[in-house]
Design a protein around this ligand. Structure first.
Ligand code: GLC
Length: 427
C-alpha cells in the first residue's frame, strides 16, 4: 500500500469522519427515494427526508425520475421488473398501486396502525388482499382557478357551466387583447396525451353525465351523445379560448401560462395555489379557486377527478425496515401539515383539516372541500393491471379529437371498441 502523508488536513478530515460516525446508528443505511418533481414537490421531499436523516442517522438519496406521471410509471416498472435495489421508497399515484402491486412491500408490520388516522378511501386504495402496500401522502382534486381581478374589472360572474366559462373567457380574452395584452388566453388546462389529460377528460365526461369509462362493477360506460358532447365541448376551446399549445401542456405548463398573468382561467390541482401566492408571483392576491363547471343537460353535475399520491417500499429494498420508517415519517401528521401550510398539498389525515394553521393557509378551503365532495375516481380498481392501457387509450384518442384529427363521435366509437377489446374475458 502506498504511504499516505498524515497531513493536518487529513487529520482534521479523519476526526470529522469519526465524529460523524459516532452519531450514526449501529448500522446506518442509505435509502433511495423516488419522489416526483411537480411544483415544489422535490424540494419538500428533500427537506423532510433530510430532517429524518438528522433524527435517525440514516441517509437519503433522491433518485432522479421523470416528473410526468406516465413516464415515471414506465421508469419504475422497468426498475422493479429488474428487481433493482436502486430505489427503496417510491412515490406512487393513486392509480398506480394496482399495476405495481406485485413489487410492493406490506407496510402493516411497520406501521403500528398509523394508517388509521388517514382517510379510509385512501387507505383502501393502498390495500390489496389485506396488505398495506402504500401509505397515503396527499389527496388531490381538480379545481378551477380564476383571475378574481379580471372578472371584477370586466364585470363577469364566476361561470357555473362550461358554456358560461367559454363566454366569459372569450369576453375577457378579447377585451384584454384590445387593451394591449396580445398574449392573453381564456382557459389553460392539461392537453398532452398522458395521465393528466385522462384526469381532465374524465371531468368533462362526468360533468355531462357520461360516466367514467368503466364503472365499479367493470361495465364500460362510455358512449352515446353525452360523451360526444363532452369531447366536442373541449375540442371547441382549442385555438379559441385555449392556445393551440395547450395540446402539449401538462400541469406545470398550464401553471406557467396562468402564473405569468396570461390566462383568465386554469384547471389544475391544489398545489398551484401556493405558487400563485408566492411573493414573486405576478398574480399574487388576484386569484380565486372554485369548483369546476358543470356540463349541460339533465345529467349535468360538477365533477373533480380524484387524485393523490402515496408512498410505498419496494420488495427488493435491502433495508425494508429503514425504508418503511422513512415512509412513516414523510406521511406523518407533522410533515403533512408542513406541506399543506407551505405548499398547498392536501393532507390525508382527517384531523389536519381542523388545524387552524392549515385552514388559514388556504382561504379557499371551502371551494376545495366542495370539490372533494364532487370527486370522481378513475377506474383503476375496476380495471386492475389493465388500467394503464385503458387510460393511455383514452388520453390518446381524446387528444386526437382535440387536435381535430378525428371527429368526437368517431373518438367515442373507437373508445367503445378499444374498451371491449381490452376487457376481453374480464378485467
Ligand atoms: C397529480 C395527481 C395524480 C394524477 C396526476 C396527473 O399528480 O395527484 O393523481 O394522476 O396529477 O398528471
Amino acid at each position: 500500500m502506498k504511504h499516505i502523508p498524515w497531513t493536518p488536513w487529513l487529520r482534521r478530515a479523519a476526526a470529522a469522519t469519526l465524529l460523524a460516525l459516532a452519531s450514526l446508528p449501529a448500522s446506518a443505511a442509505t435509502v433511495r427515494a423516488a419522489c416526483s418533481g411537480i411544483g415544489q414537490e422535490l424540494e419538500l421531499c428533500r427537506s423532510a427526508a433530510e430532517a429524518w436523516s438528522r433524527k435517525t442517522g440514516h441517509s437519503v438519496e433522491l433518485v432522479a425520475v421523470p416528473s410526468d406521471g406516465s413516464a415515471r410509471l414506465a421508469w419504475l416498472q422497468k426498475a422493479l421488473a429488474a428487481r433493482s435495489d436502486k430505489v427503496d421508497v417510491l412515490q406512487l399515484d393513486v392509480v398506480q398501486i394496482g399495476t405495481l402491486r406485485e413489487h410492493l412491500l406490506d407496510l402493516k408490520p411497520y406501521s403500528q396502525g398509523a394508517e388509521k388516522a388517514h382517510f379510509a378511501g385512501m387507505v383502501a386504495n393502498g390495500t390489496v388482499n389485506g396488505q398495506l402496500l402504500a401509505m397515503p401522502w396527499f389527496i388531490d382534486a381538480g379545481v378551477l382557478y380564476y383571475r378574481r381581478d379580471l372578472l371584477e374589472k370586466h364585470r363577469q360572474d364566476l361561470p357555473k357551466t362550461w358554456e358560461a366559462l367559454k363566454q366569459v373567457a372569450q369576453h375577457i380574452q378579447s377585451a384584454e387583447r384590445t387593451a394591449g395584452n396580445a398574449q392573453m388566453w381564456g382557459y389553460v388546462w392539461q392537453g398532452r396525451a398522458y395521465e393528466g389529460l385522462t384526469c381532465d377528460a374524465m371531468e368533462w365526461l362526468s360533468s355531462f353525465g357520461a360516466g367514467t369509462l368503466v364503472d365499479e362493477t367493470g361495465k364500460a360506460t362510455i358512449g352515446g351523445p353525452l360523451a360526444v358532447q363532452a369531447i366536442a365541448t373541449a375540442a371547441s376551446w382549442v385555438g379559441t379560448i385555449s392556445p393551440p399549445e395547450v395540446l402539449g401542456f401538462g400541469e406545470e405548463e398550464a401553471r406557467q401560462a396562468f402564473q405569468s398573468g396570461n390566462a383568465v382561467f386554469m384547471r389544475n390541482w391544489p398545489y398551484a395555489w401556493a405558487l400563485a401566492q408566492a411573493a414573486d408571483s405576478p398574480i399574487k392576491d388576484k386569484v380565486g379557486i372554485a369548483i369546476l363547471p358543470k356540463g349541460s343537460g339533465d345529467a349535468a353535475r360538477h365533477a373533480a377527478t380524484l387524485g393523490g399520491q402515496q408512498l410505498s417500499v419496494s420488495k427488493y429494498s435491502r433495508n425494508p425496515a429503514v425504508a418503511a420508517d422513512l415512509v412513516l415519517h414523510l406521511t406523518s401528521a407533522a410533515v403533512q401539515k408542513e406541506r399543506a401550510v407551505k405548499a398547498a398539498y392536501n393532507p390525508t389525515i382527517n384531523d389536519l383539516y381542523r388545524d387552524p394553521e392549515v385552514k388559514a393557509s388556504n382561504p379557499y378551503l371551502g371551494a376545495l372541500m366542495r370539490s372533494f365532495f364532487a370527486t370522481v375516481a378513475r377506474p383503476s380498481s375496476a380495471t386492475g393491471v389493465k388500467y394503464n392501457a385503458v387510460s393511455a387509450a383514452f388520453s390518446t384518442t381524446v387528444h386526437e379529437a382535440l387536435g381535430g384529427r378525428i371527429r368526437p363521435e368517431d373518438a367515442v366509437t373507437r373508445l367503445e371498441a378499444t374498451l371491449k377489446e381490452l376487457q376481453g374475458g374480464g378485467w
